[in-house]
Design a binder for this molecule. Structure first.
Ligand code: HEM
Length: 278
């Protein structure tokens, strides 16, 4: 885990708790209470690891993400506080775990689009590897467009401004419509159709209305710096699923975009997974 090596049971628990933090962030109800509790517990656990590492009681490999965060100093030469280091480590781990939500939607999409599954399988077998395949990547991009499990981003205006004739005052609540931007027929052909071809040999992934993880320039705007990781992981998952045989037992694959973050009702369970190549 980026330079921290807990026992297997602890690792499973951390993964489960990080998943629960993701699951509860936009819900009013018990999930949100659990989200807050897990966050407190994990912040404390990671802070303990930071303190142990800085005291020399933990072996952290050189070059690992954890070591880099432990050794990072700001412009004035000061290291991050123990608490901030603990939070920053999790800022990498937690969203990587959250990519599993896109993976669940990708499995549903492969199940519902067998012709694409076959294309991706052919691509992977021809290339001899399951990473960086253009067809798998186009499929991953379409999953991010079609199933944005965080369909809106809430924000507060920092200044007065006008947008498309609407006056916004400093302090006003602003919602960025992630879902709507990626379904707008003005920019997307047949936006209600799941079609990875829209990202094959096109530049649509660089379009300003393609905002599954925030928008504008990553350095100056509100774009997630982890996009390249998500697309890489997702394309790999899609290709790995395509070179295997599996079935989808009876379950509810429906989902609601008004549940934040969204996920198909039964989480997308697959059965009878074969070895690669079938
Ligand atoms: C699972 C899918 C993901 C989604 C939907 C997502 C979405 C977002 C969004 C909307 C922002 C806010 C941008 C802003 O308002 O400035 C953000 C920020 C961020 N994301 Fe992601 N992200 C994902 C995965 C990842 C991954 C895998 C990583 C790294 C391993 C990552 C690292 C970050 C970091 C470090 C920030 C904060 C950037 C800053 O404040 O400068 N994200 N993400």
């Amino acid at each position: 885990m980026g330079g921290i090596f807990p026992e297997k049971e602890k690792l499973d628990e951390i993964a489960r708790w990080q998943g629960q933090i993701v699951d509860g962030f936009g819900v009013i109800g018990p999930e949100y209470v659990r989200h807050r509790l897990r966050r407190r517990q994990l912040d404390a656990w990671f802070e303990k690891q930071v303190k142990a590492a800085r005291a020399g009681d933990l072996d952290v490999p050189a070059g690992s993400p954890f070591r880099q965060m432990l050794d990072h100093v700001d412009a004035d030469g000061r290291p991050l506080s123990d608490r901030t280091t603990a939070v920053e480590v999790q800022n990498v781990i937690r969203p990587t775990i959250a990519t599993a939500r896109f993976a669940a939607f990708a499995a549903k999409a492969l199940h519902e689009n067998p012709a694409w599954r076959e294309k991706i399988r052919t691509e992977a077998l021809e290339r001899g590897v399951t990473w960086d395949g253009p067809v798998a990547e186009a499929f991953a991009e379409e999953v991010r467009r079609y199933y944005p499990f965080v369909p809106l981003l809430p924000s507060v205006a920092r200044t007065d401004f006008e947008h498309q004739g609407i006056e916004v005052k400093k302090g006003d609540r602003v919602l960025v419509d992630i879902y709507g931007s990626m379904r707008d027929p003005e920019y997307w052909d047949h936006p209600e159709t799941f079609d990875p071809a829209r990202f094959l040999e096109t530049e649509m992934q660089h379009s300003e209305v393609f905002v599954p993880q925030g928008g504008a320039d990553v350095n100056t705007g509100h774009r997630c710096p982890g996009e390249i990781i998500v697309v890489g992981l997702l394309a790999l998952t899609v290709a790995e699923l395509s070179v295997r045989e599996w079935t989808v037992p009876p379950q509810d694959l429906d989902y609601s975009m008004s549940r934040l973050p969204a996920l198909p009702a039964d989480g997308v369970k697959l059965a009878g997974m074969s070895s690669p190549g079938r």
